[in-house]
Design a protein around this ligand. Sequence first.
Ligand SMILES: NC(=O)c1ccc[n+]([C@@H]2O[C@H](COP(=O)([O-])OP(=O)(O)OC[C@H]3O[C@@H](n4cnc5c(N)ncnc54)[C@H](OP(=O)(O)O)[C@@H]3O)[C@@H](O)[C@H]2O)c1
Length: 769
Amino acid sequence: MKTGETGRWRPRQRQRPKKKHTEVSLGRWVLGNSEVASTGIALQNILDARSIAITDDGRGVAQELAKALGSHARVVSETPADADAVIFLGGLKKFKDGEAAAAVNREAFLAAKSFSSNLPEDGGVFVTVQDTGGAFGLTSAPVGVSAWASGLPGLIKTAYREWPQTAVKAIDIEMGKRSAKAVAAALLEELHFGGSALEVGLAQDGTRREPVLEMQQHRADGKKSAGLAPGSVVLVSGGARGVTASTLIEWSRELKLRFVLLGRTSQKKEPLETQGAATDAEIKKALLQKALAAGEKVTPKDLMAASKKILAEREIAATLAAIEANGSDAAYYPVDVQDAVSVSHALETVRKKWGPVAAIVHGAGTLEDKLIADKTPEMFDFVFNTKVSGLRALLTATESDPIEAIVLFSSVAGRYGNVGQSDYAMANEVLNKLAREEAKRRKSCLVRSLNWGPWDGGMVTPALRGHFEKLGVALIGLDAGARFMVEELNERSLDDIEVVIGGNTIEPDMSAREGQAERVYDIIVDPAKYGMLESHKIRGKVVVPFVLALDWFQRIAGPAGLSDIQMLKGISGDCKRLRLIVRGETLQLQSVDGTPHYRAVMGPAETDKRIAAPTGLQPSGIKDAYKGKLLFHGPAFHVIASELQISEDALSAELKAPKPAHWKHSRVVTPAAFLDGGLQMGILLGAHVIGKRVLPTRAGQFILYTREIPERVTCSLRVNKKNDSGLVYDVLLSSNDGTPVAAALAVEATAVPNEPSVSLLPRGKVGAK
Ligand SMILES: NC(=O)c1ccc[n+]([C@@H]2O[C@H](COP(=O)([O-])OP(=O)(O)OC[C@H]3O[C@@H](n4cnc5c(N)ncnc54)[C@H](OP(=O)(O)O)[C@@H]3O)[C@@H](O)[C@H]2O)c1
């Protein structure tokens, strides 16, 4: 089930693109972001953390944040063993160059590794903070060298999967011209009210953004092959083998190009003895026989390495031959892409022979999968640097070349994180953001960071393939992926920079986190955030309204919907903190001492269920519902804006949104003020049909049809059941053209005991003109 707090980041699964060139149809999602108000719920575990370690940013934010968080927070240079919350501020540092910025990714990994060796019982908190413009590079303003520090969200998204109990969050905050104190205040606000969103961008102007993936098919009416002329030189790291090689072979069929392929494997003439051997086993057998004949000692490890090398060399030769057979040229250089000097030397030769470089493809990549706790710094360096230092070397070596296209082979692991792949996810995130920076710098250059889902080839070994098959993840076929890459280069839009590509599903397996027996969320009931509370007083005392409890539940339930929402005990306005507990499908809002206040069940969503509005209503003559004595609500809840329409068992009126001043910090996700208007009309309906003052205690179901809440709605109520002690009614909110907005069904309202009888209309009147 997709729920609100944990499900928001997932790509919208819309209709699949039509199959074009191959049997496998691939989805294409482009990363953007959208403005999202914070949820009002604290990051899990943060309010109860007893030892919060904040790493020093060198700009004073750590000290200010420690002050704001209180005595249990301290500034540290290394993650202490006893910390149950770590806030890594390394990404806020002022970096002298890209290399220094890239080194922060390693620091963050080491902080996470140290934290994971001593994970607190409740999972604790791990947060990273960076300043890459407050929108993860997604605005048009250049981010500068800090873009090299952009791998932190890759760590967070991996930690999210490896540590199912830990509350994690990656924040990109634009420091701009703000003081350290103001930045710390904005961070505290996000920690206390920003909920569980994994990636949050906070701009200086107060805008809060979260990444969103939008499905976007190719619009192939742009320049072919990014506008490259025939004979252009394309520099490709890792292009002689694996999936990158497949894409080049397809591309070489489309346009005659000159490919410069870099890889670590050296090219030697294959020994005569193995030339007839086709498979790994046959090669090893031939090598063993050769060694035995020569009286040499050979270990299985030696045989494995030698066979691997022969297969790699054959693959390189096959790639060169395939490209040449398609009419393009190809030259292979045995160069480690991280070695900037060797890359530059190779290019000097190339320029003399073929001319300047016109396009870059960075396909080099390596894996060393291990959990954060078990991964060594050396493993991290091997995986991270192949991609990140490799890209730096390619960009430096081509600084003076007229580059028209840059394609970086990134991975869904960067977008979603992946168990065992913190280094790889971080490196791919850096690639994603550097692609954005290159696109900002080179106005007419086509830049892509292709976040591939798993392919049926390359680094996906038979064991991994089996793993994906078990999860039901369709692999990208070599032909389909290769064709996709060529179509990406024909794509019209220069703005689709971070593109996620996958088969039938690219969503990671979330069962470990979602299957937890219990999740706990904390809510700070700060009167400054909930200005409307002052308008909700019963007998002079502030009471937290039913609709606010429903709104908090809705944040957790998201599209799953809510049913059986019960008020067990009203919440007094003196209550400063509430706890929302999720057990399976059950939600409970309770005090910190455990007193239950509200309960609800997630689901069923039923957003296609339609409720008919009552008909045959007449004007009641009541033009201002707040003039009578029935409603206790203050100005923040004055939403009934028209004369009441009435029949024997129904009511309707137009509702108008209240002044934003009362509601602006509360960030409700439901039309809470309108729903409260519905419950107010329930009080009027109670007076009308049973002559008693009633208050809502339970709702059978809440349906939110849309997140676009209009300024005015029509609210209709109809009685389902009534007796002396109360009534049951349905509330329907619809926009003025009749489109349903929300509904609360089977609302139970109970008569307040020991109160004199009341009436809505003068006795005997159903409607009054
Ligand atoms: N296969 C997938 O499912 C998948 C999914 C998402 C993203 N990707 C990305 O696609 C790219 C290619 O992956 P693949 O599956 O084809 O992997 P692969 O089969 O392991 O090939 C990796 C390629 O990178 C080269 N390489 C590695 N380190 C290098 C270095 N330091 N300098 C120069 N070349 C180096 C390798 O050549 P040498 O060994 O000769 O150096 C080889 O050509 C990678 O960037 C990967 O992250 C792949």
